[in-house]
Design a protein around this ligand. Structure first.
Ligand SMILES: Cc1cc2nc3c(=O)[nH]c(=O)nc-3n(C[C@H](O)[C@H](O)[C@H](O)COP(=O)(O)OP(=O)(O)OC[C@H]3O[C@@H](n4cnc5c(N)ncnc54)[C@H](O)[C@@H]3O)c2cc1C
Length: 352
């Protein structure tokens, strides 16, 4: 295991922002993970687990301890489950989109709508990655983790992961405790693609035959590219961490208050039922109706010209620039709509 020093983190993130890691290690096996954790514990260094760097805002001062990048690879197809599904055991360091492509080629349904999401397989359970009507919580069978509390390797079943919208135990109650080594997904062989989401319905409108998994994957990638949500090298709207704000999930009473404010401005706020008795409101709509149009500039940071929810690095932005824009947006949205937007990316190091 090679432990490097003062490694710049910005090039390893999709935002291209942030200072260096004091120590940095790429863990290709369980043994590497064990050695790296022992190294950080013996020196009392704070440990940060890094995946594909697509949901991170790294502080300008970097990370003062050890950054452990999970690089465990491999996609293994296993015997199926009792209900006829096929299990894929995937290394935490595998590219997520490579796995989606692999599953589509193998004609297995369940993650096709999650095509084009950047990052690693190990990153997907953390915020229960979701898009176009699918979430990984619907297909994750189990997550293999290294427990930094006692050094044991454990299998966490789906229920133990506590999944909900953009949330799991990995980014809430047990944040920082588990290193995800492998994830097992249960997919449906020969299954139909999931085509319930409005954007996908529009894409295939007028078609007489039902699209297959590969066509659905291509459609999702196409829609994402239009919104700047597909990483394309050299494309300025891609220097982001995806959506910067979550869609607020609010109570019926809060929603009524919001509706009244919108009515007074002769506007209709897009929202839909979520969980029991709650409503989910479009964060993009709130941002756009608080004076922030796509392409809004704020020094070196700004809003994507294709998507109101993505804060982008317009070149040479610092983490401080991004945080200042984030504060401004949160403040204005709260002032106008009475809703506090929660952020989605993980802040690494000081600054937040
Ligand atoms: C253009 C773009 C589009 C996006 N679209 C979507 C979308 O549609 N839906 C969506 O949900 N997200 C989206 N994202 C966000 C991001 O891609 C996902 O959250 C992704 O799963 C993050 O994975 P990662 O490997 O890059 O994790 P990182 O960004 O490296 O880390 C994110 C968090 O996960 C933890 N982590 C990562 N790997 C491990 C591991 N092996 N063990 C333990 N903890 C780990 C880190 O410590 C950190 O807390 C988008 C991002 C971008 C840039």
């Amino acid at each position: 295991m090679l432990i490097e020093e003062n490694i710049p983190l910005a090039p390893l993130t999709t935002f291209r922002i942030g200072g260096p890691a004091r120590f940095f290690v790429e863990a290709k096996s369980l043994a590497d993970v064990q050695d790296a954790v022992a190294f950080s514990q013996s020196r009392n260094l704070p440990l940060f687990v890094f995946g594909g760097g697509s949901n991170l805002l790294v502080a300008d001062t970097g990370w003062p301890g050890l950054v452990l990048k999970v690089a465990i690879g491999g996609i293994d197809r296993r015997a199926g489950t009792d209900d006829g599904k096929v299990l894929f055991d995937v290394g935490g360091g595998e590219s997520w989109d490579r796995f989606v492509s692999h599953s589509v080629i193998a004609d297995c349904a369940g993650v096709e709508c999650l095509s084009g999401i950047p990052g690693s397989v190990g990153g997907t359970p953390v915020q229960n990655v979701g898009a176009y009507g699918q979430e990984v919580s619907q297909t994750i069978d189990a997550v293999e983790v290294f427990d930094t509390k006692d050094g044991q390797v454990r299998q966490l079943c789906n229920e133990a992961c506590g999944f909900s919208y953009r949330s799991s135990i990995f980014n809430t109650s047990e944040r920082g405790r588990f290193i995800i080594l492998r994830v097992a997904y249960a997919l449906i062989p020969g299954g139909e693609p999931y085509l319930e989401y409005a954007d996908l319905k529009r894409h295939f409108a007028g078609r007489e035959t039902r699209p297959n998994l590969a066509e659905t994957r291509e459609a999702v990638r196409h829609i994402r590219a239009r919104k700047g949500m597909l990483i394309i090298e050299g494309e300025p709207d891609c220097r982001s961490a995806g959506s910067f704000f979550k869609n607020p999930v609010i109570s019926a009473a809060q929603h009524e208050e919001l509706r009244k404010r919108a009515d007074a401005m002769k506007l209709t706020i897009p929202s839909y039922p979520a969980l029991e008795k709650n409503m989910k409101v479009s964060a993009a709509w709130l941002v756009e109706h608080s004076g922030y149009s796509r392409g809004y500039g704020f020094g070196h940071a700004g809003i994507s010209s294709k998507h109101a929810l993505a804060i982008v690095n317009r070149g040479d932005a610092t983490a401080a620039d991004v945080l200042a824009l984030k504060d401004e947006i949160q403040h204005r949205v709260e002032q106008i709509w009475g809703v506090r937007l929660e952020t989605e990316p993980v802040f690494v190091g000081s600054g937040e």
